[in-house]
Design a binder for this molecule. Sequence first.
Ligand SMILES: Cc1cc2nc3c(=O)[nH]c(=O)nc-3n(C[C@H](O)[C@H](O)[C@H](O)COP(=O)(O)O)c2cc1C
Length: 191
Amino acid sequence: MNVTIISASTRLGRQTHKAALGLLNYLQPFEHLKPQLVDLAGYRLPLFEETLARHPDPPQVLLELGAILSQSDAMLFVTPEYNGSYSPALKNAVDSFNKTEFARKAIGIVTVTTGAMGGVRAGLALQHLILALFAYPVPQMLLVPAVQNKFDDEGNLLDAAFEKNIASFVKEFLWLAEAVYEKRNSEMVKI
Ligand SMILES: Cc1cc2nc3c(=O)[nH]c(=O)nc-3n(C[C@H](O)[C@H](O)[C@H](O)COP(=O)(O)O)c2cc1C
């Protein structure tokens, strides 16, 4: 199962990317998973002009990211909370495609803050965005408060106690992601 982790902070000096790397590290040992990290800071998508399907001259980065999203069976959106919502880079990226890249796929929500709250407002807003994509938000979210104390720059855990939060979230994510993946596969076989 192809799991794409979207690292959605593009800020200089960002902290959220540490959590995205932490999720990648956590998923890599699962033999049935092919986790892949998409770093939106690296892609530098242009400010939204038109969706990929309708763009008269799509930029190469849009084509590349579209191919990865299309091949994804499930996704994790890892976002900072900015002013009570998710990152504008994530909305810009999502709007650059059609629902088809996301629809009928499970999407897990990971929100990140340096403060104590962990970004629950961003998470709730993301649930609405994911539903608008006709995708399935995993009901359990992973909130990462005080991220600077949780992960180092390579995504290694600094706080061993936080591993149980990750494990519990990943268990719920995989439960839904695998169910949806199997259903999608069975339909593809019939066709
Ligand atoms: C523009 C902006 C708005 C922010 N708004 C919030 C917020 O609403 N709630 C919160 O807990 N932290 C907020 N923060 C702090 C973030 O939690 C902090 O930047 C954290 O490290 C995650 O974002 P990063 O990936 O940009 O580092 C904000 C930070 C910025 C730059």
